[in-house]
Design a protein around this ligand. Structure first.
Ligand code: SF4
Length: 130
């Protein structure tokens, strides 16, 4: 049974059927070479931009959204999530700031996708009961 891949390279959104037989991949439905390359990558080595959130202190926000600067392999996502779950940031954080350079040692950075300003209380944990 072929895998169905919707090409996202251009607005035409061709639906490409990819059939794997051993090492061979046959395609049906692609309209150009760019779509062919995309479909082969999707069935052999799918990658996505990884997005998540990281805990932050000293801001009115509890978490800040982050993403990788380029797509990473889907099989790297669990490792990525484990690393991010250990992270704690201090406000302020600017939009686009590199949170981890060379995230996963693959040359791809992890960046903030939102600004977090410092609140008036600095880094005092407001949830703490005195
Ligand atoms: S296969 Fe080619 S024409 Fe079709 S969506 Fe992909 S890039 Fe566009």
């Amino acid at each position: 049974m072929p895998d169905k891949v919707t090409c996202i390279i251009c607005p035409k959104s061709c639906v490409i059927e990819a059939t794997k037989e051993g090492e061979e991949i046959s395609l049906n439905g692609e309209s150009c070479n760019r779509g062919k390359k995309y479909a082969i990558l999707e069935v052999t080595d799918p990658r996505r931009i990884f997005t998540s959130t990281v805990l932050i202190k000293g801001s009115d926000l509890k978490v800040i959204p982050v993403r990788t600067t380029r797509p990473i392999r889907k099989n790297e996502w669990i490792n990525a999530k484990e690393l991010i779950d250990k992270l704690r940031l201090d406000a302020p954080v600017e939009f686009g700031k590199i949170i981890i350079s060379d995230f996963l040692e693959n040359g791809i950075d992890l960046i903030a996708t939102r600004e977090a300003t410092k609140n008036d209380t600095g880094n005092i944990d407001l949830s703490r009961k005195f």
